[in-house]
Design a protein around this ligand. Sequence first.
Ligand code: GDP
Ligand code: MG
Length: 435
Amino acid sequence: LGNQISSALANMSNSTIINEETIDTLLKEVGNALSRADVSLKLIIQMRKNIKEQLKLDAMAAGLNKRRIIKKVVFDELIKLLDPGVAPWKPTKGKSNIIMFVGLQGAGKTTSVTKLASFYKRKGWATAMVCADTFRAGAFDQLKHNATKAKIPFYGSDTDRDPVAVAKKGVDIFKKDGAEIIIVDTSGRHKQEEELFKEMKEIETVVKPDNVIFVMDSSIGQAAFDQATAFKNSVSVGSVIITKMDGNSKGGGAISAVAATKSPIIFIGTGEHIPDLDLFDASSFVSKLLGMGDVKGMMNMIADVVPKDTKALEEIASGKFTFRNMKQQFLQILNLGPIDKFVQMMPGMSNIPQLQGDAGNLKLKAYINILDSMSDGELDGKHQITPQRILRIARGSGRHPREVAELVEQKKAFEKMFSKGPGLQNLANMAKGGV
Ligand code: GDP
Ligand code: MG
């Protein structure tokens, strides 16, 4: 999918004139690619309409880079397809939040249950896992093994074959224990069978989950929409996890899963191990889908709107990224108005909730205040930012030391991004006036 879309975009970029026809051709190619990736026809038609609407060519001011604008509109529309318009479910403090996992066998449920439980545990929630998969031999052993490794309390049974009874018992025990997050793993089947859906409904009835997470293997391709629909029709799916994104799949089926379940993707699985769970970020996802990669997408966008500060870029491209560079970038971004888009594209920043929406601009201002309180030596990277320095900077800027530390982390993330690979290459090109 990604390749098809990016080659459609590349074709457009290479064509010398941009007119209605070029755009129609592009939209047809993008639409075909999406349809081959199981996005429903209805969505594609809607998307094409939206794009055309936004691309009132005549209205585009002369001198703007039309190709860039078109790319950005396609990008934004894909992001829209990934947004079901409902906020992701969040657990509530002071109660037992029950999360039920559903999905076909092999989708990655048990693995993701453990990953999610560890995620919440790391955040300080009292977490527990329940194995209601009595269908597959060895299911309980697998969960037990995972739970032990992650040091998370678990419940299951080697002898009781009634998944509904086991689920209920486990949930009751942990509720009494005062667990704040109770995750119920269920069984799958190889196919979407009536029997499986009946079992899911029964478990849902007794455990009364606050959230049902549908787990989907990213490589299932064509089947995504139907599969997600089948689960949505039997239980009240509220969130989606897409697994095995570390494999070859670009994950185009994810768009179908969102459309079918009308639920947000909350995480993606990126490996077999417990830490291999990433918060879902629509921008990076679409970047990957379009074969752009985060950094490149971000650079292109910055290049579009930020006047080229060649000296700063050369400096960064030479491998030196300082707090001073960071401050310059922040000031430029702030000058552009709403910063959502940028934040979404910045590796390491897109996961900070405080940076989304209007709050983002405030946060950026706070960061700039903090940078204002740094000495020249600190700005130019002549000193390590020690805890003592963090405290001093915090006092000077009137911000919390935690926020100063957060900014230092951000800088490290930028540094990492600029230190190698496409980021550096892009910057080098930008500095040369290329892109
Ligand atoms: P379940 O049947 O839905 O419970 O699926 P499992 O959790 O048992 O996972 C099935 C297989 O997929 C196992 O071999 C897992 O290690 C593997 N797996 C699950 N999630 C991921 C992932 O994000 N990446 C990779 N590479 N493998 C995964
Ligand atoms: Mg399992």
